[in-house]
Design a binder for this molecule. Sequence first.
Ligand SMILES: [Zn+2]
Ligand SMILES: [Zn+2]
Length: 137
Amino acid sequence: MKVRNCSRCGKIYAYDGFNICIKCRREEEEEFKKVKEYLRENPGANVAEVSEETGVEAKRIIEFLKQGRLEIKDEHNILLTCERCGTSIRTGRFCDKCTIEMTREFKQSIGGGKDPKSVSNGRAKERIRVTDKYKKR
Ligand SMILES: [Zn+2]
Ligand SMILES: [Zn+2]
């Protein structure tokens, strides 16, 4: 059995595949429920409001957003940015465009591994670059 320090409360716990201990996980689950409940009743609420009303730290709410477990509807309240291109997103870690592109690139790299035709890979990359330039204009 592995033992780790909980990344949330710092206490030692029996590692079972999660970064935080069971106690913190339960607490986090409670917080998540509160936030989710509040957002269901107040769909337009922003992070500051939710934090104030539920007593859950804004930091935690943003954490939930990054995990893609929550989505804040208000367009003026975008706190997250795509980790790949930096565009504003409402939930998760990447924007829709990058998610699609990464899935495509991932599939290509698998295909490229099986078939040693590096030429076709180069061509595909070229195409993506051209499309990006076109979209920026
Ligand atoms: Zn803990
Ligand atoms: Zn992106």
